[in-house]
Design a protein around this ligand. Structure first.
Ligand code: AMP
Length: 269
């Protein structure tokens, strides 16, 4: 596996692959890799000739007072994990944005509710970084996790609207044995809060049992043991619009702070 830190080196390597007619698969991450990330690499691996993973903690998608400066890092461990998934190139940029970078990519509608409402500017940061990463990697296929279900929907919309030549593939959410959705941010949790964090997935599971939308939300709320709830909602699985009933495929979404740590989770109903 090759590790590159310069954008020029990434472009040069990708250019040789493209000249040979090879397809490129891509898994973008912020690092501190866990089994959720590795499952996306395993999904991409058989679908492309060359597999690129990026590790970049993108300042554009963090708000004021969020955890940009403390985001967990383990570049050596991450590189080892990527090797074990047969990644061809690990891109850990030290020069990602040009000094006079002045473009923003912004998707409306699907990025408005849920995390878009709770984290102003977050999805614009995500779509901007992903658009540039797609340009740099020239990927034919990119894999994103359903852990960040709204992010996946926003990226699908961006790719469709801008007619980007990238196939977007969604990977299932990977959980710990006790149900907690795997996240790099779980590393922040104290042992006591780690136990409380389980109530997110427990609430979503309870919302999967029969009942009206309002009943399911009441049931979920009663289970949550969190310090601040950003949202607990049921929405259309495709459009992310609110639903009155479960006639069409729907999902339950939660975001909450346990201690200082913001956690998200979602489940199909
Ligand atoms: P991150 O490093 O948190 O930006 O995540 C990078 C990619 O990994 C995104 O597409 C996430 O949706 C995905 N991901 C993170 N956690 C999980 C998980 N528990 N299961 C599946 N995919 C995940």
């Amino acid at each position: 596996m090759e590790i590159v830190t310069s954008t020029a080196a990434l472009r040069a390597r990708v250019a040789t692959w493209k000249a040979d007619g090879l397809t490129v698969g891509f898994v973008p991450t912020m690092g501190f890799l866990h089994r959720g990330h590795l499952s996306l690499m395993a999904l991409a691996r058989p679908r492309c000739d060359r597999l690129v993973v990026s590790i970049f903690v993108n300042p554009l998608q963090f708000g004021v007072g969020e955890d940009l400066d403390t985001y967990p890092r383990d570049h050596q461990g991450d590189a080892q994990k990527c090797r074990s998934e047969d990644v061809d190139l690990l891109y850990v940029p030290d020069d990602f944005y040009p000094a006079d970078f002045s473009t923003r990519v912004s998707v409306s509608e699907v990025s408005a509710p849920l995390c878009g409402a709770a984290r102003t500017g977050h999805f614009e940061g995500v779509t901007t970084v992903v658009a540039r990463l797609f340009g740099l990697t020239r990927c034919d296929l990119a894999v994103f996790g359903e852990k960040d279900y709204q992010q996946l929907a926003v990226i699908r919309r961006m790719v469709r609207d801008l007619a980007l030549p990238v196939q977007v593939v969604g990977g299932p959410l990977v959980r710990d044995e006790d149900g907690l959705a795997l996240s790099s941010r779980n590393a922040y949790l104290s042992p006591a809060n780690r136990l409380r964090a389980r109530t997110l997935s427990q609430a979503l599971a309870a919302m999967g049992e029969a009942g009206s939308v309002a009943e399911r939300i009441r049931r979920g709320r009663a289970i949550l043991d969190v310090d601040r709830l950003d949202y607990l909602e049921i929405r259309d699985a495709q459009t992310l619009e609110p639903v009155d009933d479960l006639a069409r495929p729907a999902r339950a979404f939660v975001a909450a702070f346990v201690g200082e740590t913001r956690l998200i989770d979602n489940v199909a109903l």
